[in-house]
Design a protein around this ligand. Structure first.
Ligand code: HEC
Ligand code: HEC
Ligand code: HEC
Ligand code: HEC
Ligand code: HEC
Length: 456
């Protein structure tokens, strides 16, 4: 009798699961059909249509969302307005001494401003930059490269990247635009940044996959991350080489570091972003490694894409559309998180706040340690420390600084991968303190050395 009931239970459960699955599949199909049939084609879109306003004639709801990225917002650590990072945290002026970021470094704003903010920063007003800067700040970059390269995107990419930025701006009319993420004919997601395509190809090659092309090989869910990873990543963008993404050895902080450490510029010199003004160490600058940090977190491992949290579905009348108001998910927890997590909004916010506060505290310690190291080296130099003795210490500054900056420049204050962020900061603190101990040892030896010299 007992086994009969167990049998019945299994049957009922199996039927239930099958039913749910069918309902789910039908739902997906319906949604796809809805998406296809819902819009009225007013404008004829082609590769030449860059202006989002024209796309908006066919897709007014998505365009409305897109325009909202001009709104200023605030969260504890994020949002799209705020004061200069340098004023908020004066330690950064010491950490970035001698570099453009030590002069002007602001919180990001929404996509709507991506072109304007690049033109306004003192980093382009006071410093010569290259056309590489266009790559992630301009709508329709693919079309610009095609034009400059006479139909050859790669050639155009190299030519524009080598131009002075001020010359390259003549081609730029729009900020991040629809055409950057969508095929104008099919509306399928696509990536358009050659830097990304090359970077991800190298990454996949390391994993044993040859000739990877995201636009033909990636799943839809992967594309919901890749469209963002075209730009929200670490990159090299100086005058010595064409822009590249350093992913040949992998996406982890030390894999990227390893790639840079073994990278030789054409002049034979090893890779560095600038020479630190106070210590003289050849150091690295990290840039918004959102994709890289996310890739080490539990959401990435569970297949949760950038768009799931930053562009959740929103109900508009009878249909569901993708929210094109790309912003902090904390302004939108009910749709961004509660689609998967069955907690209250407040619980969810508390969990995030907890992670972010912890990261911020570790980050403070790591910045303090780094500043202490820099000051100590300055003291040692003043007292005549020799370059050969400082070489090992410069390496420790480079390591500590790269890790500190990786988390500081990443824009989620640790949320995208909390454990990984803590690991990276712990290493940063350790390297900085190791460096400090070494300098102290030098300083302690100094009087003895001086006596020896005097005796000679
Ligand atoms: C599980 C949800 C989730 C996923 C997936 C996710 N993020 Fe985030 N992201 C967040 C949260 C939460 C924050 C913190 C926002 C804040 O502090 O206001 C954040 C912050 C950001 C910020 C800064 C936003 C701001 O307002 O300051 C950017 C940029 C960003 N994420 C990009 C990405 C990219 C690119 C990806 C994919 C590679 C991604 N995110 C994946 C949840 C997510
Ligand atoms: C690989 C893509 C990429 C390239 C190349 C790139 N940026 Fe950005 N930039 C971004 C992203 C993504 C953000 C927003 C996230 C952030 O601010 O951390 C941003 C933010 C900014 C901001 C606003 C915040 C701030 O840092 O003050 C400025 C200004 C800026 N970039 C200037 C430049 C300049 C100048 C260059 C060329 C040296 C450049 N960008 C090259 C992707 C890129
Ligand atoms: C940063 C990348 C990005 C930009 C820029 C962008 N979209 Fe999208 N769009 C997406 C993503 C992600 C989806 C979800 C697609 C999916 O899951 O298959 C989407 C979906 C859509 C869809 C399908 C229906 C829906 O809402 O889900 C339409 C239509 C659309 N976008 C129109 C636009 C228009 C119009 C613009 C410019 C005003 C634009 N998009 C700009 C990323 C982008
Ligand atoms: C073509 C390059 C590009 C693409 C593609 C792109 N971004 Fe951005 N994003 C930027 C730049 C540049 C900024 C900074 C603009 C500024 O500060 O003026 C930015 C800013 C942001 C911000 C800060 C605005 C705020 O309100 O907090 C978020 C969040 C963000 N992007 C998320 C995403 C997500 C998610 C995707 C993919 C769906 C994406 N971005 C795709 C270049 C890009
Ligand atoms: C598409 C589904 C999905 C969305 C959207 C989503 N999550 Fe998650 N989240 C998961 C899964 C799956 C896990 C891992 C399994 C688990 O622990 O439940 C997870 C884990 C977490 C964890 C535990 C993290 C850790 O490192 O152990 C936190 C915190 C979290 N999510 C917060 C958020 C927040 C905040 C948002 C919205 C900004 C969000 N999630 C959006 C699916 C999602």
């Amino acid at each position: 009798m007992k086994s009969f009931f167990s049998y019945l239970l299994v049957m009922v459960l199996a039927a239930l699961v099958t039913g749910l699955l069918i309902a789910f599949l039908l739902n997906i199909r319906d949604r796809k059909e809805e998406a296809k049939s819902r819009h009225v084609e007013v404008a004829q879109l082609s590769e030449d249509t860059i202006d989002p306003k024209i796309w908006g004639q066919n897709f007014p709801r998505e365009y409305d969302g897109y325009k909202k990225t001009s709104i200023g917002t605030h969260t504890q650590y994020g949002g799209s307005e705020g004061i200069s990072k340098l004023e908020q945290d004066p330690r950064l002026k010491i950490i970035f001494a001698g570099y453009a970021f030590g002069v002007d470094y602001n919180p990001r704003r929404g996509h709507y401003y991506s072109l304007e903010d690049q033109k306004e920063t003192l980093r382009t007003k006071k410093f010569n930059q290259t056309g590489s800067c266009l790559h992630c700040h301009v709508g329709g970059i693919k079309q610009i490269y095609e034009k400059v390269g006479n139909g050859d995107v790669q050639a155009g990419f190299e030519q524009v990247s080598a131009m002075p930025l001020k010359d390259a701006w003549q081609y730029a009319d729009h900020p991040v635009a629809c055409t950057d993420c969508h095929d104008p004919k099919t509306m399928e997601l696509r990536v358009t940044r050659p830097g990304f395509s090359k970077g991800i190809k190298a990454l996949k090659e390391k994993e044993g996959i040859k000739d990877y092309n995201p636009n033909t090989s990636a799943s839809r869910q992967e594309m919901r991350t890749y469209v963002c990873a075209q730009c929200h990543v670490e990159y090299y963008c100086g005058s010595k080489e064409t822009l590249f993404y350093p992913w040949n050895n992998g996406l982890k902080v030390e894999e990227i570091e390893d790639y840079y450490n073994n990278y030789k510029f054409k002049d034979g010199h090893r890779f560095f972003d600038w020479k630190h003004e106070i210590t003289g160490a050849e150091v690295l600058k990290a840039q918004h490694p959102e994709f890289e940090l996310w890739s080490q977190g539990v959401h990435s491992k569970s297949g949760v894409a950038c768009a799931d949290c930053h562009m959740p579905y929103v109900r508009e009348g009878a249909t569901k559309i993708t929210d094109h108001y790309v912003r902090s998910p904390l302004l939108n927890v009910s749709r961004a998180c509660l689609q998967c997590h069955h907690f209250t909004e407040k619980d969810m916010l508390d969990r995030v706040e907890n992670i972010q506060n912890q990261t911020r505290k570790l980050l403070d310690r790591s910045e303090d340690a780094l500043v202490a190291l820099i000051n100590k080296v300055a003291e040692a130099k003043k007292r005549g420390a020799l370059e050969k003795d400082l070489a090992a210490i410069y390496e420790l500054q480079r390591k500590a600084q790269w890790r500190e900056d990786f988390i500081n420049a990443e824009n989620s204050m640790g949320f995208h991968a909390p454990q990984e962020a803590a690991r990276i900061l712990a290493e940063s603190i350790d390297y900085a303190r190791q460096g400090e101990v070494l300098v102290q040892t030098l300083l302690n030896q100094a009087p003895a050395q001086q006596k020896e010299e005097a005796a000679k």
